[in-house]
Design a protein around this ligand. Structure first.
Ligand code: GDP
Ligand code: IMO
Ligand code: MG
Length: 431
């Protein structure tokens, strides 16, 4: 394993953080390449729970932790996260490297995220309200984006802000009818305060990643959000504004796609989603409620209850294609321990037509009725299993069928949230 991208195959919260933690053990650096503090990744070691939002999960193993150019970073959230991690006893600052090209999330981005969601009413996206969409919109606009490196020159930063803030205030008051307005000087002072604290971490991270690659170091790229939230490949418009799929790892760190050797897709053994948008296997009943309670399915970032449903192979087929998956890492197998039967969606019925691919049209995705293959449950706790052979026969059958239906082999299975509750099936090999 030299450079491996680890991504979510569903709608997020698959357990990417804890899977990254496994592979970070042998990595020389861990790199985030997109998203911002909309992500919430968890690593649990004994009684200690680490919640990561911006900082790569590799920090828990005290590895060099890079925040790549494809990210949007709120420096206030970053400093809060650094403080929280330091309070657990981890050394943090010397391990953090922030791309000078990463975009800044500004206070008006957060205000605009909320204003836009409120204005959309019932049609809202259900964003995390962290300002992610407005920050990426500004990046692509070229007119309004501000980057980490821009903080180095306070005069330039203030000059840019003065023009930007005028336009943002006009949007907030005239378009959204709000009375909130921002003051460029106050924002500049606030951000210069953050800069003083993080300036030693800001650097040319693309060169760092490239040098690591040239010296054949092991690099783990940590995807945030997930395939079905990808702005191109997800359930548009109910998506985030970045490219969580594996291709984003190249663009979001500054290396070429040939520098990626292996892609691992993290799969929750069932499906969850937070926010609005189509979710064909969602269970709006007591079974969905039971999965939510067993899996503690409440957002790491927002605390919102997650929508829950059965495993959807059509989603995984899409993830296999969009990411070029070499392996699946299956998490949360233990949450299915109690069920008599475990249905798996193998196809949809859309207007009387059977399809095995996830519809690209939102309308069709909303109409898709799952066609299930019913697998027998195993009715045995898997929490203590530490090898494939330890698993009950029906749990092995479930995993084998998942690999067969997706055409992607399984490299790892997890049976609890603790680091040790991990079953390594095979060591991923570079393609
Ligand atoms: P991420 O965003 O993909 O990193 O996932 P989150 O951390 O947001 O959500 C996954 C949640 O499930 C966290 O609370 C993890 O501690 C927990 N978790 C991860 N793997 C397992 C597992 O195999 N079994 C159980 N029961 N919980 C798990
Ligand atoms: P991790 O990395 C789950 C969802 C939001 C919303 C949509 C857009 O922890 O898996 P945004 O704030 O990004 O504009 O929201 O995307 N979303 C996530 N859902 N896990 C995440 O991250 C998510 N990041 C964004 O709920 O539906
Ligand atoms: Mg999460």
């Amino acid at each position: 394993m030299s450079s491996t991208v680890i991504i979510g195959t569903q709608w997020g919260d698959e357990g990417k953080g804890r899977v990254v933690d496994v592979y970070a053990a042998n990595a020389d650096m861990v790199v985030r390449y997109q998203g911002g503090d909309n992500a919430g990744h968890t690593v649990k070691i004994g009684d200690q729970k680490y919640a990561l939002h911006l900082i790569p999960s590799g920090i828990v193993r005290q590895k060099p932790s890079i925040l790549g150019n494809g990210m949007v970073i709120n420096p206030k959230s970053l400093l809060k996260e650094i403080g929280e991690l330091e309070a657990t006893g981890l050394t943090v600052r010397p391990h953090i490297f922030i791309s000078e090209d990463a975009h800044l999330i500004m206070p008006y981005h957060i205000a605009l995220d909320g204003a836009s969601e409120r204005a959309m009413g019932a049609g809202k996206i259900g964003t995390t309200l962290k300002g992610i969409g407005p920050a990426y919109t500004d990046k692509v606009s070229r007119t309004y984006g501000l980057r980490m490196g821009d903080l180095r020159d306070a005069d330039y930063f203030l000059e840019r802000l003065q023009r930007i803030v005028d336009d943002k205030n006009a949007m907030l008051t005239k378009l959204y009818g709000m009375d909130t307005t921002f003051d460029a000087r106050a924002i500049c002072d606030e951000y210069m305060g953050y800069y003083a604290e993080i300036k030693d971490m800001i650097c040319d991270t693309a060169e760092m990643v490239w040098q690591a690659r040239k010296h054949d170091r092991a690099i783990v790229f940590e995807g945030a959000n997930a395939t079905m939230l990808d702005v191109d490949h997800g359930t548009y418009p109910f998506v985030t504004c970045s490219t969580p799929t594996a291709g984003g790892a190249a663009v979001g760190t500054g290396i070429g796609p040939t520098a990626i050797d292996c892609v691992i897709g993290v799969v929750k053994a069932y499906t969850s989603r937070v926010g609005e948008g189509p979710f064909p296997t969602e269970l709006k009943n007591e079974v969905g409620d039971l999965i939510r309670e067993l899996g503690h399915e409440y957002g790491t970032t927002t605390g919102r209850p997650r929508r829950c449903g059965w495993l959807d192979i059509c989603v995984l087929r899409k993830a296999a294609r969009a990411n070029g998956l070499a392996y699946l890492a299956v998490t949360h197998l233990d949450i299915l321990d109690e069920f008599d039967e475990v249905p798996v969606c193998v196809a949809y019925d859309v207007d009387g037509r059977r399809t095995e691919t996830f519809p690209s049209s939102l309308r069709d995705a909303e109409k898709a009725v799952p066609i299930y293959e019913i697998m027998p449950g195993w009715k045995t706790s898997t929490n203590g299993c530490r090898s494939y052979d330890d698993l009950p026969a029906n749990a092995r059958h479930y995993l084998d069928r998942m690999a067969e239906l997706t055409g992607v082999p399984i490299c790892l299975v997890t049976v609890g949230n603790e680091r040790t509750q991990t079953i390594v099936i095979k060591e991923p090999v570079a393609l």
